[in-house]
Design a protein around this ligand. Structure first.
Ligand code: SF4
Length: 326
């Protein structure tokens, strides 16, 4: 009898883990929510896959007593804020976010003190404490609509993503005070790397996430003719999926975390999707694995909790975000 190869053994082990997770999910009456940047096998078994806004919306729709967030910590906190009576779990509490860590509640309070009366708009990639200090949260999917909904005579403090903030200033024509935070993954995507990929796929359409360090620099470079003109769109992750479904183009370069490629390729196998930068990998997102997801469902921990007074204030900012459609 032929011996199983290492790959076959790994596949078999993975399949066993997937079956165990499905069994435990049913036993626990749990729902598994997964971000677009999760590994493929987790996206494949999740009850819902989406971006931060989609995950928050899914968290409001479910009546499952246990919510498992396969994403980063602030996403689990958001699910808890919206579902204070449910058990919210995250398979690895170390799954943080460099962008969320770029502003603390103390820093935001000090900034607000310098601009009394300003409206605080926080990207959803923030801690529960920062959300509690904010007037409204946004995702890249609805940020433009939120900014446009704010009366012209109000000052805006936008945090923490400087690239998304400067992109929003450009497309809305609205001057804001923008916090100088960034995501290490998106900021690491360089225009030179995009140029090299465009040279390899000259007919491709470029889809850029507005958090991308390259987006503002790349768009500026285009406007000064410093780089060749290409077909490009600045889109949230869900926007990329919607756009690719409708586009006549066959090939796309995707400037965001590489996990999104799994969903794009799965949903549109007839089209070609390539990473604008193969190194755009979020190590925090990849901390969630099949085995720690299995352990989390088996042991019902680690549980995520948010202090009730913080959750109550943060909920108002998150609910305003959910009320404003992209
Ligand atoms: S990709 Fe960036 S913004 Fe998203 S979770 Fe990772 S560090 Fe945070």
């Amino acid at each position: 009898m032929a011996l199983a190869t290492e790959t076959e053994l790994r596949t078999e082990e993975q399949q066993q883990l997937v079956e165990e997770i499905k069994r435990l999910r049913a036993e626990r009456h749990a729902v598994i929510l997964a971000h677009n940047y999760q590994i493929g096998p987790i996206q494949d078994l999740a009850d819902f896959v989406g971006d931060s806004l989609g995950l928050a919306q899914a968290a409001t729709r479910t009546d499952a007593p246990v919510i498992v967030m396969c994403g980063v910590f602030f996403m689990a906190e958001t699910a808890k804020i919206l579902n204070p009576t449910r058990t919210v779990l995250i398979p690895d509490t170390r799954a943080g976010c460099s962008l969320a860590d770029s502003i603390t509640a103390d820093q935001l309070r000090a900034w607000k003190a310098e601009h009394p009366g300003a409206i605080v708009v926080s990207y959803v990639n923030t801690t529960a404490e920062v959300k509690a200090e904010s007037d409204v949260c946004v995702t890249s999917g609805n940020a433009e609509a939120v900014i446009r909904s704010i009366p012209e005579d109000r000052e805006i403090l936008f945090c923490p993503d400087m690239f998304l903030g400067s992109y929003l200033e450009r497309i809305t024509g609205r001057k804001m005070h923008v916090w100088m935070g960034e995501c290490h993954v998106h900021a690491g995507i360089r225009p030179e790397e995009i140029d090299a990929k465009l040279a390899r796929y000259p007919d491709a359409e470029l889809m850029i996430h507005p958090e991308c360090g390259c987006s503002s620099r790349y768009l500026w470079a285009q406007s000064t003719c410093a780089v060749p003109s290409v077909s490009q769109k600045v889109l949230s992750t869900e926007g990329m999926l919607r756009h690719a479904r409708q586009s006549d183009k066959r090939t796309f370069l995707v400037a965001t975390e590489v996990g999104l490629l799994h969903r794009l390729r799965k949903e549109m196998p007839e089209k070609r999707f390539e990473a604008a930068d193969d190194g755009a990998v979020c190590r925090f997102m990849k901390m969630i694995t099949l085995s720690n997801l299995r352990d989390c469902l088996r042991d019902l921990r680690p549980e995520v909790n948010v202090a009730p007074d913080i959750a109550e204030r943060a909920r108002m900012a998150v609910e305003r975000m959910l009320a404003i459609k992209p």
